[in-house]
Design a protein around this ligand. Structure first.
Ligand code: AKG
Ligand code: FE2
Length: 280
């Protein structure tokens, strides 16, 4: 049996490419806010994104380095985990200089407790997130890092407690998607409570030579300020509002920064890092 590429197939393919081959002038007007997908009731019931939404998510990750899936996790389980992690955060913070903080004491690196009562596959093995991860990183990608970031109040008005803009890929890495962070906020995230600042599209600019601070140092992966100013003119950063129940998928290379929490409640966000099967 022969396999023929028909002319209508060629037309379909060429249409698909026309969409992605935009001239640079059009690219400059891209939004600073992330693309958000709201799966339908049918997609949620079947625990499967439609091909259309999977395509939208995959393309957003390649173009922006980040995409949001809204209403993807039932919130009761998030609330229970949040109560425990907010209490744990206070204990971690009380260790002061010995607490596991990133850049500033108000930004804790905090692992979720892997207790049976607080475990849910919809968090750690979410089928919609896995579908997108597999689409971008390949089917044998693996979850290799389970942790979280807690933005702790109170924040002094001055100096502001922003993290330096950085890439979590603070080591030599391939120039293609090789790792995705699945971020799961346990509460609504807003600029008031320290929604992460994101610099869409910077994943493809990522290069360890443009960073300051070596891998393993507390303040590693900082992006050179001249590069930041150039990028700000082209596509400025944003601090999006992300509703509880959402899943954020972020290319590990993307520039971002933890921001001050001006609310009175700790903001916990899980960070589950997936690597391509072929990566090291
Ligand atoms: O907490 C956040 O919003 C981001 C924290 C972060 O990027 C980090 O600690 O590496
Ligand atoms: Fe980070």
């Amino acid at each position: 049996m022969s396999c023929r590429v028909t002319s209508s197939r060629i037309l379909q393919l060429s249409r698909a490419f026309t969409v992605s081959l935009k001239p640079p002038a059009q690219r400059r007007s891209l939004s600073s806010l992330p693309l958000a997908i709201k799966p339908s009731a049918d997609e949620i019931a079947k625990a499967t994104l439609s091909w259309k939404n999977l395509q939208i998510a995959t393309r957003a990750l390649h173009r922006d380095g980040l995409v949001v899936l809204e209403d993807a996790i039932e919130t009761t389980i998030l609330d229970r985990l949040n109560s425990k992690m907010v209490a744990d955060a206070e204990i971690l913070r009380s260790a002061g200089e010995n607490s596991p903080y990133n850049y500033n004491k108000g930004n804790l690196q905090q692992d979720p407790p892997l207790m049976k009562q607080l475990f849910s596959p919809s968090i750690y093995l979410n089928p919609l997130a896995r579908q997108v991860v597999h689409s971008v990183l390949g089917p044998q990608s693996r979850l290799a890092f389970i942790s979280g970031n807690s933005a702790m109040p109170p924040t002094p008005e001055s100096p502001p407690q922003s993290q330096p803009v950085h890439s979590d890929a603070d080591f030599n890495h391939p120039d293609c998607p090789f790792a995705l962070v699945v971020n799961i906020p346990l509460v609504d995230m807003t600029p008031e409570n320290g929604s992460t600042e994101i610099w869409l599209g910077t994943h493809s600019l990522s290069n360890v030579n443009a960073q300051e601070g070596a891998h393993g140092e507390r303040a590693s992966g900082r992006i050179n300020v001249n590069l930041l100013e150039d990028r700000r003119r082209e596509r400025p950063p944003s601090q999006p509002v992300v509703k509880k129940g959402s899943i954020i998928l972020r290319d590990l290379r993307l520039w971002h920064a933890g921001k001050p929490n001006f609310s009175s409640d700790t903001r916990v966000m899980l960070a589950l890092i997936h690597f391509a099967g072929w990566y090291q």
